[in-house]
Write a protein that binds this ligand. Sequence first.
Ligand code: SF4
Length: 317
Amino acid sequence: MSEVLLDVKGLKKYFPTKRGLLHAVDDVTFTIDRGKTLGVVGESGCGKSTTGRAILRLLEPTGGQVLFEGEDVAALDKAALRHKRKEMQIIFQDPFSSLNPRKTISQTIAEPLKLHHIIDDNQERMQKVLEIMETVGLAERFVNTYPHELDGGRRQRIGIARALALDPKFIVCDEPVSALDVSIQAQILNLMNEIQEQRGLTYMFITHDLSVVNHFSDDIAVMYLGRLIEKAPSETLFANPVHPYTQALLSAIPIPKVGGPKRERIILKGEITSPINPQPVCRFANRCAYATDRCRSEEPQLKEIEKNHFVACFLAE
Ligand code: SF4
């Protein structure tokens, strides 16, 4: 039986700007089951990374609820949040800029254990660091090296190790392989898969690249200008994308099979709607080939069109 670990309800994150409120995340609702991976995809600026950070309260949400094992993270005070952070971690896109260049690998991995007083004894802590290094495939000989002495793949392994140090239940993976070479990407994705299986971890995997999440995610959520516009199990989304924006995203993925069916690339035209003080209309209407008057006067809401397949588009009704 599946069990919901994370239940995000009506999450909002707005930023004040000179021209008005920028709606980076607007009324986003979804769940992730324990031990599963939700891939969150969309173009740069669609609000996917802000959603991840608002869930962890690295950015304070403007509104909505984030229920983690039934407890509202958005309502926790500082001390309770600090405690909760042990269970909710993040892996960043660029391991180089997220690592302190003056700290060795062992110091970096040991830091959260020290800060949260998980292991106060130096020797025991080092033992734990070595165990985590082994889990992420970092040889013991790297224990006293600095981030700049390592390649991108090994640096990302440190990022993963640091996230694992506190034995979390949930990890936001924010474009964890985008900065890596393709051959290294596969190694890191395999490693993350193995670790998930061993530890029963739950991932929210953020990426602009749908082909990366295809085999990695149980479910996929597509975001456009701060809104969640389609969510479905991976297989369903790839076989039957319903929202015109999802169809366009999928059309850009090359089909690897020689002699296989050809997919026609959908080129999006039209101006991108401003996310500042957006009107209650479909935010994709300017770029949508199927837009009608209704789309320009009313905002489509996310609706379940078949089991576990949600779409925010009037075409789907
Ligand atoms: Fe296109 Fe209308 Fe659907 Fe928006 S609601 S995606 S404009 S058809």
